[in-house]
Design a protein around this ligand. Structure first.
Ligand code: SAM
Length: 319
């Protein structure tokens, strides 16, 4: 039931709402300024979820490694650096050429739509990409959508290059991230395999979305659960875009209670939820080794795997 306010209470609520928005914007600015300046002397003591995401001392599980690429003159890219990302599983090596924009952001861009996906490829995206490479057959014949894929949409790109998925569409809410993904898709010759577009989760109920977007068998998402203000929108977006009988593979660290809150709210929405800490032997072994490293904090770095299934007529439960 919604609350009823008188005129002065309404004004109070309005002012509080704006204060909260300004506070969120201020914190984002701080995080981005820190990340983009790449300073090493910053105070990284985690204070709250927004501050926690600025802790970038631990950057990779080294499951997907990267090395700089030198492009020939005709394909020189002055606004970016290119890297070969590769992963080896059993005897097989999988690789993609990935673009990292080098341009700096304007103040308007930094204060605009969420830029966390333009900072780096976060470890959850790396682990999700690796998990996909270990389970290629799972994607055969399936339609696949990535949400909040950031500036590389690495997981969705691996699906496009290495699986027999029927149709792949990758998205993020940030236009600069998607501009970058467009370059990557073209450079890797994947234009006929996949599409990409801007998709903001809050938009799904309010306006018609991109012509490429329909309902999907599999939805992927990495490290997108810690935005308190967007959690419900993400759940609704997954609900709207997942086929009946489809599965969303959501990877994210616990980050305080944010993972748990997402799982609880998804369950309330009607999803059948299954949360796993152990889902891949190799990832788990890396995690155990990393626990001896003082820069590694399981709570903010180790991605949990949440499977959301949309099945009618079944009770949802965790296991
Ligand atoms: C921490 S980043 C993760 C990016 C990428 N998945 C990774 O792990 O490297 C979170 C991503 O969620 C996207 N995002 C945040 N709020 C969003 C919204 N309301 N709609 C769509 N995307 C959103 C951001 O643009 C960003 O790319």
């Amino acid at each position: 039931m919604s609350a009823v306010y008188n005129g002065s209470q309404q004004q109070q609520v309005y002012l509080q709402h704006h204060k909260n928005r300004n506070e969120v914007a201020r914190r984002r600015w701080k995080i981005l300024a820190r990340a983009l300046q790449k300073t090493s002397d910053i105070d990284t003591t985690p204070m709250n979820v927004d501050d926690i995401i600025s802790v970038r001392r631990f950057t990779t599980f080294n499951l997907v490694t990267s090395k700089p690429l030198t492009l020939n003159n005709s394909s020189r890219d002055t606004a970016a650096s290119w890297f070969e990302y590769s992963a080896t599983i059993s005897q097989d090596t999988y690789s993609l050429n990935i673009r990292h924009p080098t341009r700096s952001f304007t103040a308007a861009e930094l204060m605009g739509f969420n830029n966390t996906g333009n900072i780096c490829v976060w470890p959850s995206e790396e682990v999700l990409a690796y998990y996909i490479l270990c389970n290629l057959k799972y994607f055969s014949g399936k339609t696949v959508l990535e949400l909040g894929g950031g500036m590389t949409c690495l997981a969705g790109l691996m699906v496009a290059k290495y699986t027999a998925a029927a149709n792949i569409h990758v998205t993020d809410g940030n236009i600069s991230a998607i501009d970058n993904v467009q370059f990557i898709v073209k450079h890797n010759g994947l234009e006929n395999r996949m599409t990409c577009s801007v998709l903001q989760w809050g938009d799904i109920q309010n306006r018609p979305i991109d012509k490429h977007i329909s309902a999907y068998d599999i939805i992927l998402s990495a490290d997108c659960l810690f935005f308190d203000e967007a959690r419900q929108d993400l759940i609704e977006t997954i609900w709207a875009l997942l086929n009946e009988g489809g599965t969303a593979l959501v990877m994210a660290p616990r980050r305080g209670r944010t993972y748990e809150k997402f799982a609880e709210e998804a369950k309330m929405r009607g999803f059948h939820c299954k949360s796993k800490q152990y889902y891949n032997e190799h990832v788990w072994n890396r995690h155990l080794k990393l626990k001896q490293n003082c820069d590694y904090d399981e709570n903010i770095h180790y991605p949990m795997l949440l499977r959301l299934r949309k099945t009618y007529g079944e009770n949802s439960h965790d296991s």
